[in-house]
Design a protein around this ligand. Sequence first.
Ligand code: KPL
Length: 298
Amino acid sequence: MEVLVYGAGALGSLVGGLLAREHDVTLVGRDPHMRTIREDGLRIDGEVDVRVAPRALTDGTHRAADLALVTTKAYDTDAAARALATGEYDAVCSLQNGLTEERLVAALDATVLAGTASYGARFAEPGRITCTGAGEVVVGALSGGASPAAERVGAAFAAAGIETVVADDIPARRFEKLAVNAGINGPSALSRTENGPTLDGPAGGVAREAARETARVARAAGVDLDDDRAVDAVERVAADTAANRSSMYEDVANGRRTEVDAVYGAVVDRADRRGVSAPTCRTLASLLRGWETERGLR
Ligand code: KPL
């Protein structure tokens, strides 16, 4: 299968590198990472040991592939969609944080799938990614149910040795993932703690409450996600990735813009539209937006 990975940061490079063991992969990202991959190939170490030589591009002009994976930060989704709209893909699958898929649907004439990748990935240096946790990829139709496109994509991931689930309950899984991000990302970034201690320490109550609020918003939107499932998911992911920094902690530690809008904005906007309360997510959104404003990041 020909696969284009749009957004070759840590996770995109890791997933693209694993796929390149079996498929014809093109990574789209930034220099010097792309230049190093072109010259020396891509090295993945840590929990897996992989050396591959995918194509590595820095621009977003027209191209075609069987599958385009979108792995950019959520706030770069519109730019990714504009670039992908100049190409042709049988399926486009988001592995991003936040509920970004609707924006891809609006911009693209292709089947858009939703996915999650529970791998831990850290950018070590240009051309080298460290896998800090080997997980699984879940893929499925945006509105749930069976999907031949999701089956094809799932089979391609599995053929590359990636543990893969093709799920028919994507609406609940998307909100479950949002609950995980709402529970872990803000509290870990604001308390500067790794995922495990975030749940075990003083920020644990905030994390669980943010997950419950996300589940409430999901239910108000007609998605069947109960509070216990959302809290269990946060606790499970925090335990599985205990020693990892969340992406938002990394962003804050490096003085970069965060995915506050895609995570907390998504919860709070939906809460406001549906008339449900989400005070914890609202507070986390305000704190993170305030931090970004102070640093001129928004
Ligand atoms: O998706 C993540 C992130 O850091 O953005 C989690 C699942 C919280 C893992 O750290």
